[in-house]
Ligand binder design. Structure first.
Ligand code: SF4
Ligand code: SF4
Length: 236
């Protein structure tokens, strides 16, 4: 049985969850939500959120501050004064479970960062390894609700098909989002323009096949036919 079964999900309470553009569009579509319902920009000057996984973005109102794009957090409905991912479904405390149990409310469309935790690809290898999960990600003074996994993960806890495939998708989408950031950061526009920009870039990522010569011309415009000054919408 996965360590997550019956857990109170300290991970979904402790971490700022970084997302890619694909995560955002999938959740918006599956949950019928707008970007502003579930996304925040999170200052990440120390690089502790994004790491190598997702990029930093810069915005006109704070052009020197690196931001990671993350899921919104809200106050817990069960445990006041504590925080949780806005998509976490919680239960009330029960005997032996002072923080109840919790589950992801968008499990089928959860972001890659959640899907692959706590795995990574081994260096220069297609094999999957488990990262060691610390007992807690926040100081003890923050409270026991932020404790992480109740037991150590073992290789048997990760599906041998889904585990590597989820990591491969996560890597592809993280690489793509890095290129999205490189385009966005050329202009450093207003945060409120970001959702339209994302929609424009992602709606253009499946194209008709081009003849060889045209393909060369398209390659000149990679990573995307970047909007010169403002976000671009695909014609209806
Ligand atoms: S999206 Fe789901 S799995 Fe990810 S942090 Fe939120 S509740 Fe947890
Ligand atoms: S804290 Fe660990 S065991 Fe609990 S839900 Fe998160 S990943 Fe699973």
């Amino acid at each position: 049985m996965s360590p997550c079964s019956g857990c109170h999900a300290g991970c979904c309470r402790s971490f700022a969850i970084p997302v890619t553009g694909a995560d955002i569009l999938r959740i918006a579509r599956s949950e019928s939500l707008s970007f502003w319902d579930f996304i925040v920009r999170w200052e990440d000057s120390s690089g502790s959120i994004a790491g190598n996984y997702v990029p930093h973005f810069y915005f006109a109102d704070e052009p020197r501050t690196p931001f990671a794009i993350c899921l919104k957090q809200v106050e817990s409905q069960q445990f006041s004064g504590t925080r949780r991912c806005r998509f976490l479904d919680e239960s009330a405390p029960e005997p032996g479970k002072p923080f109840g149990t919790a589950r992801c409310g968008i499990y089928g469309s959860r972001p890659s960062a959640c899907r692959v935790f706590p795995t990574r690809f081994e260096s220069n290898s297609p094999l999957v390894v488990l990262n060691q999960v610390p007992e807690r990600a926040l100081p003890e003074s923050a409270g026991a609700i932020y404790q992480l996994c109740p037991r150590e993960w073992t290789p048997r806890d990760v599906d041998i098909i889904d585990g590597p495939q989820d990591l491969a998708v996560a890597r592809y989408e993280a690489d793509f989002f890095q290129q999205v950031a490189a385009v966005w950061n050329r202009q450093v526009l207003d945060w409120k323009l970001f959702p339209d920009f994302l929609e424009a870039v992602y709606s253009d990522r499946v194209r008709e096949a081009q003849p060889v010569q045209a393909r060369e011309e398209v390659r000149e415009t990679l990573p995307f036919a970047a909007p010169a000054g403002k976000p671009r919408r695909r014609a209806a």
